[in-house]
Design a protein around this ligand. Sequence first.
Ligand SMILES: NC(=O)c1ccc[n+]([C@@H]2O[C@H](COP(=O)([O-])OP(=O)(O)OC[C@H]3O[C@@H](n4cnc5c(N)ncnc54)[C@H](OP(=O)(O)O)[C@@H]3O)[C@@H](O)[C@H]2O)c1
Length: 419
Amino acid sequence: MTHPDFDVIVFGATSFVGKILCRYLLDQFGTDGELRWAVAGRTRSKLESLHAMLGDAAAPLELLTADAADESALRRMCERTRVVISTVGPYALHGEPLVRVCAETGTDYCDITGEVQWVRRMIDRYERRAAESGARIANCCGFDSIPSDLGVFFLQRHARMRFGEPCVHVGMRVKKIRGGWSGGTVASMLNVIGELAADSALRKELANPYYLCPTDHSFSVRQPRHTFVARDADFESWTAPFVMSAVNTRIVHRSNALSRNAYGDAFRYDEAVLTGRGWKGRARATGLAAGVAGFGMAAALRPTRRLLEKLAPPPGTGPGAEARANGCFDLRFAGETASGEKLLARVTGDMDPGYGSTAKMLGQAGACMALDVAKGCKPGGFWTPATLFGERLLDRLQAHAGLTFELLDVGTQRDEALQ
Ligand SMILES: NC(=O)c1ccc[n+]([C@@H]2O[C@H](COP(=O)([O-])OP(=O)(O)OC[C@H]3O[C@@H](n4cnc5c(N)ncnc54)[C@H](OP(=O)(O)O)[C@@H]3O)[C@@H](O)[C@H]2O)c1
């Protein structure tokens, strides 16, 4: 594969996220810019509708058809590109053949799965093959888990520069989040919870915070857990569990392991949602925690899962353009080193996290893989966003994807809690 036709092929271009991503790539790179890209999906007529929707500027875009279960079609697609970006989910149902073909053909791959049990299976099955072929595989390149993974990466880099040591504990707190859900995301969440409900061994494995680390990792420190309502002394606020933390924490620990324990052997990391002070903050935390627990229980039981499936947005749908533009997120990372030095960072996004921002993060991850991270500089295998892209993606996200990464005065967290 010395001179493939494309740098990037978007597979699943007709998905809800895929369409937003294609619009973004067109706006960012056009069709004759530095990134040569094409779109692929299983249904020709849907690809043609997408093509028409993108307008005249998209006329030169090539449309490729492939079904996620058709390995020879996937192989033909992979032969034509350096990177495949996949939005075909639920990944646990449709994703494996493409990962296998990428690992076999040495094609780089990134996605936005949040299905950690599937990521673990893919690592176990294809890590060796990807290492041999040179395929770099980067899962979780959406809201889960780029802001968490790169937020910790950013904070730790500054901790080392300022104090000469990394933070031994980082707490990520969701200060603000505004967005919605698509049919594909709800389907993926219901599928994960369904798998967990049916498999007690998997439930036990998933409870391990080091679940995604290489099996020879050296971590044993007990991790903080936010299972219900709690008080956060640093932020002087009540907190509720954060629904994405089960994914993000696993990715952050994998990043630590893959970077030779750069955050330390005893690194602790946790995530929660800030709900404010006083009885109102406590009531909000209780409502949120009960909502998360209630959804989990309803999704675990077959009859209520069926009902949720019926109530969920249909596949291909999600928050509209206005809701995406009005969305945002604001995450705080409070770190403390072994000597007691403290550091605070903020990561923000200018659109809704799950779709507007996720599409931009995924697009820039794919571009970064194709244009910035040479094969010789990172070998094949399963990476995390922080370990594969690091600084290069952080710069791209700030320059082109509406994300900010900045340090704050440590006092800010209390001042803001008082507001
Ligand atoms: N990490 C994050 O932050 C994040 C954010 C948003 C979404 N997600 C994940 O991204 C995925 C996509 O979400 P979405 O809402 O965009 O989903 P969606 O609109 O339901 O789209 C699913 C896509 O999969 C395609 N597909 C299904 N079966 C296929 C097959 N056999 N062969 C080829 N293509 C097939 C569908 O093709 P057709 O169009 O032809 O039906 C469609 O394009 C989900 O897994 C979701 O959980 C993650």
